[in-house]
Design a binder for this molecule. Structure first.
Ligand SMILES: [Zn+2]
Length: 73
C-alpha cells in the first residue's frame, strides 16, 4: 500500500470507531471532522472498534464532541 503524497499523517481506518486511550475519547471516523485531529493521536494510543458499545465496554470513553456529540463530561 502506498501513502498518497502530502498525506503522510493520514490515519488509515481499520474500523469505524477510534479510541484514544490517552485522553479516553472515542471518535466515529465515518463522521470525522477536522477538529477531531485523528492524525494527532499517537499510534500507540489508538484502539479500533467496530461499534461504539464495543469501545465503551473496553474503556470508559467519552464521546468526541465534534463527531459524536453528547459528551458525558
Ligand atoms: Zn471526533
Amino acid at each position: 500500500m502506498s501513502i498518497p503524497e502530502g498525506r503522510i499523517d493520514m490515519v488509515i481506518k481499520l474500523k469505524q470507531f477510534l479510541g484514544n486511550v490517552n485522553t479516553l475519547e472515542v471518535h466515529d471516523t465515518a463522521n470525522e471532522k477536522i477538529l477531531c485531529q485523528l492524525d494527532e493521536i499517537k499510534p500507540a494510543h489508538r484502539r479500533w472498534y467496530d461499534t461504539l458499545s464495543e469501545a465503551k465496554a473496553d474503556r470508559p470513553y467519552d464521546n468526541c464532541y465534534w463527531c459524536l456529540g453528547a459528551s458525558t463530561r
